[in-house]
Ligand binder design. Structure first.
Ligand SMILES: Nc1nc2c(c(=O)[nH]1)N[C@H]1C(S)=C(S)[C@@H](COP(=O)(O)OP(=O)(O)OC[C@H]3O[C@@H](n4cnc5c(=O)[nH]c(N)nc54)[C@H](O)[C@@H]3O)O[C@H]1N2
Ligand SMILES: Nc1nc2c(c(=O)[nH]1)N[C@H]1C(S)=C(S)[C@@H](COP(=O)(O)OP(=O)(O)OC[C@H]3O[C@@H](n4cnc5c(=O)[nH]c(N)nc54)[C@H](O)[C@@H]3O)O[C@H]1N2
Ligand code: SF4
Ligand SMILES: [Mo]
Length: 834
C-alpha cells in the first residue's frame, strides 16, 4: 500500500518513543479516523489508548492562533513579519551588547528532526553559542553519558524484534505497560508464545508492568547501582563471564571487577532479601539471551549515569550484546528524543554524533555550514541554563515545544528566572500554558497532524510524520519560524529553506562527513540521494542507513564486537552505589517518587482534550501506603497536602499497597492550567547527576498531612473557568465541555454563593434549586443546550458525578436534563448508581 489509499495517510504517533505507525483519515467533523499501520515494523498495526484517541485531540480548543506580543496591558496580535523581525532584532541586540553566551534556546523531543536541525544550526553555527538544550536532558541524558562512556557513542544497539527472541527480559525503572504500551503488548505476545520467557521488574512501586512479571523486585529508591554491582560480582564469583569477549573487545574490566566486588550491604541498600537477589542473579547468569529495558527510574537520578553503566557492565561481562535477543535497551520517552540526540540538540554535543572536543569535527561542520562563528565549547545544560537566566547571565531565551514551568524541578525558581529575563519567546501550539503566561512573545506552531517531517524511535527507526489537516489560524512549522528569524538576523543563505525535505537532505549529508568508513554509528548515506518524491514517500528507515531500505530492516549494532571508542573496544566503567541526595528527616519523613499515568501525556496539552482518555485518571493524586495513611490520618479519596520547605501540593489521596510505606508517588501531568496546586516539580530540588545534568525527579523528601474540606462542588462548563480563589479544583475534559471538581473549607452555602458568581446567566434558561442544608444545583440552558451545570454538596460519590455528566449531556431528550437535576435536588438518594 502506498501512503495514500482510500484517503488514509501514513504517519507516526504523536506520543511515545515506540514510534508506532498510524494511518489517519480526515472526518467531516474535523476530527480524524485513526488506525494502526499494519506495515510499520514498530507496531504492525497495534496502537495503545493514547494513539487510538489521537483523532479526538486534533480539535482546536485552546490553540494559539497568531503571533502575540504580551505586554503588561494585554495581548497584541502581530503579523509574522513583525513578530520574527522583533525576535531577530532582540536576539541580535542582546548578542551585540552581552556576547553570544547571553542567549539560549530550550527545545524539546517533541520537535521533528528538521525543526531540531534548524534550531541547532542557528544557535551553534551562527549565533556562536552552544546554549541550546533539550528537555531530553530531563529524560535521556544519563543514558547518553552511559552509552558514550561504554561504547564511545550514544548507541542503542537493539531492535524491537529482540524482545521476541529473548529468553529473559529485565525491566528496570520502567512502567512499560503504561509508558511504552505497544512494546509491552509485543512482550505480552512473546510471553504467550513462549511461556518460559522470564520477566523481572525492578521498581520500588508495584506497577501494571508487574502483571506480566514472574518476579517483581521492589527495590529501595535509588539503589540500582548496588543491585547491578551485586550482579556483576555474582557473575565473577560464579565464573559466568564471557572471557573471550572481555579480552578481545573490552577495556577496564579489572578496575570494574574491583569496584563491584567491593560493594557492601547490598541487601540492606536495595531492601531485597538474599533469596530475591540470588534468584535474579542466577537467572541472569544462566540465561543466554537477556534484554535489560530501562527508563526513568534509572535515568532520573543523581547516580543515573552510574546506574546505566552498572547495567551495561553486566551485559559486556557476559557478552550479552550485539546478538539476537540480547542487549541493554534504553527506551526513549518522547516521539523524537532520539532525533534530538542525533542532530545534537544537547548543549554538550555538536551535531550528528560529532563532538566539540574533536577539532576535525569542528572543521567539518564549519565548512559544511559555511560559517566562521561556530560555537567551539559546550553550552549550558537545562538546569544550569535556567540558573543562568535567574542570575541574569542569560538575557534572552527561546523556549520551543516544552513547558519548563511544569517539567523542570523547583518551579518557583523557574518562575523567578523567567519573570526576570528581559526576553522570553515561547513557541507552542497552545495559547495558555504555565510557561507562555511568562512569555513576552508567543509564536503559534503547527501541531501533530499539521506538521511534516521525521522522527526517530527507540530502535533507531526514522519515520515520517505527515501533514493531514490544515492548521488553525496562523500556525506555522517550527523550522519555518526559526528560519525566518535566522534570515532576519542576517543569515539568509544558510536558512533559505523552502520545505522540510530540503532540511532533511542537508542533515542526511552532514551525517556522512568524515564518515566514509562508518567511523560514526549515525550515518544516513543511503538517504542522501532522496528527491522530494522520495522524501514524501519515505518508508521507515533504521540507521545506520547504507542504502535506501525498501523492505523492513532489523539491524543490531556491535555484532562484530567493534565499538566507537578510539581503539574500537568497549569500556567497563567502575561505579559504586551513592545514596540519593535528598534525605528523609523527622520533618520530611517520606520519599516522593513521580511519573506517569496510562492515558495522559505530560502537561496534558493534547491528551487533556479527550473525554475518553480523561476517564482513566480523573484527578491529580498521591499514592500512599495504608500504614503511612493511618499514621498521618489520611483517608482514601480525601485531599492530602504534600509539602517540604520548597513547596506544596494538594491532591487526592489514593491509599494503596502498590507503594512502600516510606514512599509516595505523584503523577506529573496536572499543573496550574488543569488544577489548583498539584505539581510534583514544586517539591523537587534542582539537584542533578553530576555527569549528565539530569535531575533527580524520583527522590525528594516530603511530609504529608490531611486536608479537611467541608464542602464540594461539581461544575461543568462549556468554556474553561478560572477558579483560583477555590481551595482545590481540578479539571477534566468531558463531552461538550470541562468538568471541575471543587473542594473548600467554606460551608456549603458559602461555597455555593461564591460559585454562583461563575454562572453565565444572561437571558438563557436557568433551572435551579437550593435546599436548606445548603445543597444547591443550577443548570443553564442556551436554546435547550446545557452550557453550565453546577452542583454543590458535602461530598460526591463517583456515580453522582457520572449522573451529572449525563444530565449535562442529555441535550436531545427535552427535559430529561432538568428532570435529573430536579431529582438530584429533591432527593439525591433516590438516584441509584447507574
Ligand atoms: N502514558 C504516558 N506514556 C509516556 C509518557 C507520558 O507522559 N504518559 N511520557 C513519555 C516519556 S517523555 C518518557 S521519558 C517515558 C517514561 O517512561 P517510564 O520511565 O516508564 O515512566 P515513569 O513513570 O516516569 O517512571 C518509571 C518507573 O520508575 C520507577 N522508579 C522510581 N525510582 C526508581 C528507582 O530508584 N529505581 C528503579 N528501578 N525504579 C524507580 C517509578 O516507580 C516508575 O514506576 O514515558 C513516555 N511514555
Ligand atoms: N516530576 C517530574 N518531572 C518531570 C518528569 C518526571 O518523571 N517527574 N519527566 C521529565 C521528562 S522525561 C520529560 S520528557 C518532560 C516533559 O515535559 P514537557 O516537555 O514540559 O511537557 P509537554 O507537556 O510535552 O510540553 C510540550 C509543549 O509543547 C507543545 N507542543 C507540542 N508539539 C509542538 C510542536 O510541534 N511545536 C511546538 N512549538 N510546540 C509543541 C505542547 O503544546 C506543550 O505545551 O518532563 C520532565 N519532568
Ligand atoms: S505505544 Fe506510544 S507510539 Fe504507540 S500508539 Fe501508544 S503512545 Fe503512540
Ligand atoms: Mo521524557
Amino acid at each position: 500500500m502506498t501512503e495514500h489509499n482510500e484517503g488514509w495517510i501514513k504517519t507516526t504517533c504523536a506520543y511515545c518513543g515506540v514510534g508506532c505507525g498510524i494511518e489517519a483519515r480526515p472526518k467531516h467533523s474535523g476530527e480524524l479516523e485513526i488506525r494502526g499501520d499494519k506495515e510499520h515494523p514498530s507496531n504492525y498495526g497495534k496502537l495503545c489508548t493514547k494513539g487510538i484517541a489521537l483523532g479526538e485531540t486534533v480539535i482546536h480548543d485552546g490553540r494559539l492562533l497568531s503571533p502575540t506580543l504580551k505586554t503588561g496591558h494585554g495581548d497584541e496580535a502581530l503579523s509574522w513579519e513583525d513578530a520574527t523581525t522583533m525576535v531577530a532584532e532582540r536576539f541580535t541586540q542582546t548578542i551585540q551588547e552581552h556576547g553570544p553566551d547571553s542567549v539560549a534556546f530550550y527545545v524539546s523531543g517533541q520537535l521533528l528532526t528538521e525543526d531540531y536541525y534548524v534550531a541547532n544550526k542557528l544557535i551553534k553555527g551562527f549565533m556562536g553559542t552552544a546554549n541550546i538544550d533539550s528537555n531530553s536532558r530531563l529524560c535521556m541524558a544519563s543514558s547518553v553519558v552511559g552509552h558514550k562512556r561504554a561504547f564511545g557513542s550514544d548507541t542503542v544497539p537493539v531492535c524491537y524484534e529482540d524482545l521476541e527472541q529473548a529468553e529473559m527480559v529485565v525491566i528496570v525503572g520502567s512502567n512499560l505497560a503504561w509508558c511504552h504500551p505497544v512494546l509491552f503488548q509485543r512482550l505480552r505476545t512473546a510471553k504467550q508464545e513462549n511461556p518460559s520467557l522470564k520477566i523481572v521488574v525492578v521498581d520500588p512501586r508495584k506497577t501494571d508492568t508487574c502483571e506480566l512479571a514472574d518476579t517483581h523486585l521492589p527495590i529501595e529508591s535509588g539503589s540500582d547501582v548496588a543491585l547491578f554491582n551485586g550482579l556483576l560480582a555474582h557473575l565473577i564469583q560464579q565464573d559466568s563471564l564471557d572471557h573471550e569477549f572481555i579480552s578481545s573487545h573490552t577495556d577496564h574490566f579489572d578496575e570494574t571487577t574491583h569496584a563491584a566486588l567491593s560493594e557492601q550491604n547490598i541487601e540492606e541498600i536495595t531492601g531485597l532479601t538474599e533469596q530475591q537477589l540470588i534468584q535474579f542473579y542466577s537467572e541472569f547468569a544462566n540465561t543466554d539471551k537477556v534484554i535489560t529495558i530501562y527508563s526513568q527510574g534509572v535515568n532520573q537520578s543523581s547516580s543515573g549515569s552510574d546506574k546505566v553503566n552498572a547495567i551495561l557492565n553486566c551485559h559486556l561481562a557476559t557478552g550479552k550484546i550485539g546478538k539476537a535477543g540480547c542487549g541493554p535497551f534504553s527506551v526513549t520517552g518522547q516521539p523524537n528524543a532520539m532525533g534530538g540526540r542525533e542532530i545534537g540538540a544537547l548543549a554538550n554535543t555538536l551535531t550528528a554524533h560529532m563532538e566539540f572536543d574533536n577539532p576535525e569535527h569542528l572543521q567539518l561542520v564549519s565548512d559544511y555550514w559555511q560559517t566562521d562563528t561556530l560555537a567551539t565549547q559546550p553550552g549550558l545544560k537545562a538546569i544550569d541554563m535556567f540558573d543562568a537566566i535567574d542570575s541574569g547571565k542569560i538575557k534572552a531565551v527561546w523556549i520551543i515545544a516544552t513547558n519548563p514551568m511544569v517539567s523542570l524541578p523547583n518551579s518557583d525558581k523557574i518562575r523567578s528566572a523567567l519573570e526576570k529575563c528581559p526576553l522570553v519567546v515561547v513557541s507552542d501550539c497552545i495559547a495558555d500554558t504555565e510557561t507562555s503566561r511568562l512569555a513576552d512573545v508567543v509564536l503559534p506552531a503547527q501541531g501533530w497532524s499539521e506538521k511534516s517531517g521525521t522522527v526517530t524511535n527507540s530502535e533507531r527507526r526514522i519515520s515520517r510524520q505527515r501533514r493531514i489537516l490544515p492548521s488553525p489560524g496562523e500556525a506555522k512549522p517550527d523550522w519555518w519560524i526559526i528560519s525566518q528569524v535566522a534570515q532576519k538576523m542576517g543569515f539568509k543563505e544558510a536558512f533559505d529553506y523552502i520545505h522540510e525535505g530540503e532540511i532533511f537532505a542537508e542533515y542526511a549529508k552532514l551525517t556522512t562527513l568524515g564518515n566514509d568508513n562508518f567511523e560514526r554509528d549515525l550515518n544516513l548515506i543511503g538517504l542522501t540521494q532522496l528527491d522530494d518524491k522520495g522524501y514524501s514517500q519515505l518508508k521507515p528507515q533504521q540507521w545506520p542507513v547504507t542504502e535506501l531500505q525498501d523492505q523492513v530492516v532489523n539491524q543490531r549494532l556491535f555484532s562484530d564486537g567493534q565499538f566507537y571508542t578510539s581503539n574500537k573496544r568497549a569500556r567497563f566503567v567502575a561505579v559504586n552505589y551513592q545514596a540519593p541526595l535528598a534525605k528523609a528527616d523527622a520533618k520530611h519523613p517520606l520519599i516522593l517518587n513521580s511519573g506517569r499515568v496510562r492515558d495522559h501525556w505530560h502537561t496534558m496539552s493534547r491528551t487533556g482534550l479527550s473525554p475518553k482518555l480523561a476517564e482513566h485518571t480523573t484527578e491529580p493524586f498521591v499514592q500512599v501506603h495504608p500504614d503511612t495513611a493511618s499514621k498521618y490520618q489520611i483517608l482514601d479519596g480525601q485531599l492530602a497536602k504534600v509539602s517540604n520547605l520548597q513547596g506544596e501540593a494538594l491532591v487526592r489521596a489514593k491509599v494503596t499497597s502498590e507503594v512502600s510505606p516510606s514512599q509516595l508517588f505523584m503523577p506529573i501531568h496536572w499543573n496550574e492550567t488543569t488544577s489548583k496546586n498539584s505539581k510534583p516539580c514544586a517539591l523537587i530540588a534542582n539537584t542533578t547527576d553530576e555527569l549528565s545534568g539530569q535531575p533527580e525527579f524520583k527522590h525528594s523528601a516530603v511530609a504529608i498531612s490531611s486536608f479537611a474540606s467541608v464542602s464540594c462542588a461539581v461544575f461543568i462548563s462549556k468554556d474553561t473557568l478560572d477558579l483560583n480563589d477555590m481551595d482545590y479544583w481540578a479539571r477534566q475534559k468531558v463531552q461538550g465541555g470541562y468538568l471541575y471538581r471543587i473542594e473548600s473549607v467554606l460551608p456549603m452555602s458559602e461555597l455555593a454563593a461564591k460559585l454562583k458568581g461563575y454562572l453565565q446567566v444572561d437571558d438563557q434558561r436557568l433551572i435551579s434549586s437550593e435546599s436548606h442544608q445548603g445543597q444547591a444545583q443550577w443548570l443553564i440552558l442556551d436554546n435547550d443546550k446545557p452550557t453550565q451545570l453546577l452542583s454543590v454538596q458535602e461530598r460526591f460519590a463517583d456515580w453522582e458525578v457520572t449522573r451529572l455528566i449525563e444530565a449535562y449531556l442529555q441535550t436531545d431528550e427535552q427535559g430529561s436534563a432538568s428532570d435529573i437535576m430536579q431529582t438530584l435536588a429533591n432527593d439525591p438518594q433516590s438516584l441509584t448508581p447507574a
